[in-house]
Design a protein around this ligand. Structure first.
Ligand SMILES: [Zn+2]
Length: 369
């Protein structure tokens, strides 16, 4: 079961909604509805949240379209109750490009805020402080005023110079102009974590939300630091250095019963599936169990192993890139083609991690494996 569903496709990028988002809408509807008992008030609240997330989607498209300028595709944009995520295939590593891609999101909210401010100014300006504070329902002009304030908050929140916020990436990009990427990430992550601790501390004495934001940043910063540390170690390696030549390939026409015997016979858990020697799918242990329930022992491997997101890599492509693609992909294993275009082996994350372990053990960065 996937927890997201597609709500549309814009500029070639799927926009998906996490189903928990619907809970947020329901909750907002009820809380406004209960205040007055008016259906219209509940719908106004929902409308405001939809407009707010419309701004979040535009923010994510800012990142996605900036990345496209540098040849980086975006797999999709997912909306969660806590915000949006643009799943880029990879991050541009050129510092200037990363800076622009990271800044493009908040820049969109700056543009929206300026436009809203212009409309509000042209239609009579902001009401006085007292009236502002008494606003409980974002309707009419208050709708625009509310939207202006959340766009300003989105800009400020995203510019916090800590991973995983856009500001953290911008900081890393600026630092990468002076230091190497791993060191720049390390400095940015440490700074982010220090800031996170300050947030948590302040949160206990004031706004409790700061505690959540602090924890979120603390965990995000640590994760990014580890991932980039691995990236740096992989530098200079190619897929051919990590590829597995010994693996079991299954065929779409074989029975699930046969797949069971292969699974029980060895250590492998994820299998590549071929059709006429060409990649046709992946069969994981979970796929197999599901297939047995649905089709029985005589079901064909092709009935459960087909998937749209097969990953193929060239043996001479960089291992760093392969690592990013495998991490981002939903397939646990991918096909590797040699220079002649033949399937020469398979690759999974464990293999890449083994290369890293061996490299660490050898210590010497000049020692190629
Ligand atoms: Zn962003």
């Amino acid at each position: 079961m996937t927890w997201t569903f597609r709500i549309g496709r814009v500029a070639g990028i799927d926009v998906k909604l996490h189903w928990t988002f619907l809970i947020l809408l329901g909750w907002v509807f009820l809380s406004y509805f209960r205040q007055s008992g008016e259906l219209a008030d509940g719908l106004t609240g929902v409308g405001f949240i939809l407009a707010l997330f419309g701004c979040v989607v535009l923010h994510e498209f800012g990142h996605a379209l900036a990345a496209r300028r540098y040849g980086v595709n975006t797999r999709n944009i997912v909306l969660l109750p806590i915000g949006g995520v643009a799943n880029l295939e990879r991050l541009p590593e050129e510092p200037k490009e990363e800076l622009i891609v990271a800044a493009a999101g908040p820049a969109v909210n700056v543009v929206i805020a300026v436009m809203l401010a212009a409309i509000i100014a042209a239609t009579g300006g902001l009401p006085d402080q007292e009236t502002l504070e008494s606003i409980t329902l974002p309707s009419g002009r208050n709708f625009l005023i509310g939207l202006l304030s959340v766009n300003i908050l989105l800009v400020l929140f995203n510019l916090i110079p800590a991973f995983p916020m856009d500001g953290g990436r911008m900081l890393r990009a600026v630092l990468s102009m002076k230091f190497d990427r791993a060191k720049a990430t390390n400095i940015a992550a440490k700074l982010g974590q220090a800031l996170a601790i300050v947030f948590v501390f302040l949160g206990f004495f004031g706004n409790f939300w700061l505690v959540f934001i602090g924890l979120f940043i603390y965990l995000g910063a640590g994760g990014e630091n580890r991932a980039v540390g691995m990236q740096a170690l992989l530098e200079g390696y190619h897929v051919a250095d990590a590829v597995m030549h010994q693996y079991t390939a299954l065929n779409v026409h074989q029975t699930l019963d046969y797949a069971v015997s292969v699974l029980l016979d060895g250590q492998e858990r994820d299998f590549v599936v071929l059709d006429d020697g060409e990649p046709a799918g992946i069969l994981t242990r979970d796929d197999l169990i599901r297939g047995l329930k649905e089709h029985g022992r005589d079901g064909r491997i092709g009935q459960v192993a087909r998937r749209p997101d097969l990953l193929e890599l060239d043996a001479d492509s960089e291992l760093q890139l392969a690592y990013q693609q495998l991490r981002a992909s939903s397939t646990p294993i991918c096909f590797v083609r040699d220079a002649m275009g033949r399937i020469s082996g398979v690759l999974n994350l464990e293999n890449i991690e083994e290369v890293l372990l061996l490299r660490r053990a050898l210590g010497n960065t000049k020692n190629r494996l």
